[in-house]
Design a protein around this ligand. Sequence first.
Ligand code: CA
Length: 221
Amino acid sequence: MTKILIVEDEPGIYTFLQEGLADEGYETLVATDGYDALHDFAECHPDLVLLDWMLPTMDGIEVCRRIRETDEVTPVLFLTAKDGVEDTIKGLRTGANDYIKKPFSFEELVERIKIHFRNRQHDDILRLGEIVVNLTTHQVQAHDKEVQLTGREFDLLTYFIRHKDRVCSRDDIIKDVWGIDFQYDTGVIDVFMNALRKKLGMKSNGYIKTIRGVGFIATDR
Ligand code: CA
C-alpha cells in the first residue's frame, strides 16, 4: 500500500487529510513536529511526504533539507499558508518537488500526488531490449518471462543498463558493482556473466556483448 507521511501540527488539517487520503486508498501517518517527521521518515520509508512549513521546533524547510541529505527521490510536497513567490522558490530550492498553497482544494492535491507517483513509476523501470527491470520490486522479465536473479546478478544487470551504449571496463565493473577498489582478479565477473546470460537467455553477442580484452557493452539490439 502506498504510504504518505503527513507533517502537520494543526489537528483540523491532518485529520482532514488522513480521512480524505484513506478514502483514496492511501495509508497515512502523521508527524506533528519536525523531529518526529525525520524520525518517521527514516523508520517508515514513506512513498511521499506532505510537509507543512510552519512547525514547532524545526520548520519544514529544515525538515526538507535534512530529508534530501539522505534521500533524493521520495517526493516532498510543501503544503503551506506561505504564499509569496519568494517562499515558493525557497521551498523548491530546498529540494521539494511541489508547492501547494493553503487553503487548497483536496481534489487538486490528490491529482498532484498522483502525478508524482506516475513520474516515479516511470523512473523505476529500466529496459534493455526485451529485458525489463523493476527497481522497486526487483522483478526482472526477459522476453515476457519472469527471471529470478541473485542480488549480485541484479546489480550487475542494472549497472549495464544504466551504462547502456558505453563500454564498461572490467576494472570499473569490479569497482562499481563489487565495491572493490584495488587490483583484483576480475575473472569473477565471467562467472556472474555466464549465469546472468544463461538466466536471461542471452548469448555473448546478445544485449550485453563481450569486448575482448576490455570489458562489456550493453545495447538494445
Ligand atoms: Ca503549521
